[in-house]
Design a protein around this ligand. Structure first.
Ligand SMILES: *Cc1c(COP(=O)(O)O)cnc(C)c1O
Length: 438
């Protein structure tokens, strides 16, 4: 079944996009190509592959048909020019920013996944890249003051983990493009079902596919999506003006060429593949790509049910006298409500946070009393998950950084799953009663 060139809606693409069964023994499911290498066929084709005149599979560190099907599907779901997968969300982020940031700095904030912030503190300076943490990320008009001569990108989470702050993508994209730099976003919490950042001007979209994209808590994976059309040769990005012998033009003059010359539609992901995957080697395996593909089949349905459960749970928590506050972008009085109404018409995802009144000891006993909520670091699973983020997933942030991240010491993060909400509410209720009424 060939789908090429058909204009299809999201749910059709999430099941069929980027895969032509005619080319794969008519296999209904995307096959798992468990092979390190792929035959040249003949000498002439081998040469064409090595000189980029033909794009094909050579070696699974750089490309694999199962992984490719995932990448094509993710690109299709965004209407993007290309996508590339990595062994984890962190590999996707680090590979991206090490390419973009060469010789300069990345402008961002502390409102990020804990591992991202920690990597920003530990890794980049050793590679000559400065990370500028701004307090103005949620005030794009003021953020311009923080853009320096050597700023190479603005980096944000579309909805931040775990404080669920909503980024004003249109304003950020406008500002970035005014300064000839890309807007790079981590859209992990939302997935393309809830928000396609490319429609609002993002140039690069990154996912930890470990989370809602795959959705079953059974795989660690990362993906980078390239919209296409950004001018990487505007003088700010040495990686894209450098000419390489391996990109030479064998058909005319044998001159070395740049990535944008050889791959005009997707120069960024081409470089991530031929430099990032090729040399750093953090590739996704065929089996893991298959698991993400399997998860994508039910992406919209999972998120819709999770958001229904989330609404039930929040309604209960808001009515309970032991609960101090509940934070979710679409709630009445939430500071993110206006941006959520603009960007998140289908919902703000399955993550929210809350705090209970009482002592730390009571909070800990509450967490220990729960029996249905799983207690660990992951999010976006079919199971409901709970965690005290400041003490665990975000414990890398020191006191001052936690203040800058608006991370309340009492915050409890919940990732709502697909169980029956009545059971989840009963679990919360019983645990609160055990802590406060006995
Ligand atoms: C989990 C997560 C990451 C890191 O992804 P891994 O797949 O765990 O490497 C990055 N960003 C966000 C928002 C995340 O939640």
């Amino acid at each position: 079944m060939a789908l090429i060139n058909k204009k299809l809606e999201f749910d059709t693409l999430k099941i069929n996009g980027g895969y032509d069964s005619d080319a794969h023994a008519r296999s209904v499911n995307v096959p798992i190509y468990q092979s390190a290498a792929f035959e040249f066929g003949d000498e002439a084709r081998g040469e064409r592959l090595f000189t980029n005149r033909e794009l094909g599979f050579l070696y699974s560190r750089v490309g694999n048909p199962t992984v490719d099907a995932l990448e094509q599907r993710i690109a299709a779901l965004h209407g993007a020019n290309a996508a590339i997968s990595f062994a984890s969300g962190m590999a996707a982020i680090t590979n991206t920013l090490l390419q973009v940031g060469i010789g300069g700095s990345i402008l961002t904030s502390y409102h990020l996944y804990g591992g991202t912030v920690d990597s920003f503190k530990k890794v980049y300076k050793d590679y000559g890249i400065r990370i500028d943490f701004s307090k103005n990320i949620y005030d794009p008009a003021k953020l311009e003051e923080d853009i320096k001569e050597d700023t190479k990108a603005i980096y944000v989470e579309t909805v931040s983990n775990p404080t669920t702050d909503v980024a004003d993508l249109e304003a950020l994209a406008e500002l970035a493009h005014k300064h000839n730099i890309p807007l790079i976003v981590d859209n992990t919490l939302l997935t393309p079902y809830l928000l396609n950042p490319i429609e609002y001007g993002a140039d690069i979209v990154i996912y930890s596919a470990t989370k809602n994209l795959s959705g079953h808590g059974n795989v660690v994976a990362g993906i980078v999506v390239e919209k296409g059309g950004f001018d990487w040769q505007n003088g700010k990005f040495p990686a894209f003006t450098e000419k390489y012998y391996t990109l030479r033009d064998v058909e005319s003059d044998n001159d070395a060429r740049t990535f944008p010359e050889v791959f005009p539609d997707f120069p960024f992901t081409a470089r991530l593949r031929l430099v990032g995957l090729n040399f750093f080697g953090a590739k996704l395996s065929a089996f893991e790509a298959y698991l993400v593909i399997l998860g994508l089949d039910t992406l919209s349905e999972r998120i819709r049910k999770q958001q229904e459960n989330l609404a039930d749970i929040i309604a209960f928590l808001k009515s309970d006298k032991h609960v101090a506050w509940v934070n979710y972008p679409t709630l009445e009085g939430n500071p993110n409500k206006e941006l959520a109404e603009k960007y998140l018409k289908k919902g703000a995802g399955n993550i929210f946070s809350f705090a209970i009144k009482g002592t730390t000891e009571q909070k800990n006993r509450f967490l220990d009393s729960l029996t249905l909520f799983h207690f660990h670091v992951n999010i976006g699973d079919v199971r409901s998950l709970i965690v005290n983020s400041p003490q665990t997933t975000h414990s890398e942030l020191d006191g001052d950084e936690r203040v800058k991240a608006d991370l309340d010491e009492d915050l409890i993060r919940v990732s709502v799953g697909l169980e029956d909400s009545a059971d989840l509410i009963e679990d919360l209720k019983t645990s609160l009663e055990q802590v406060f009424d006995s």
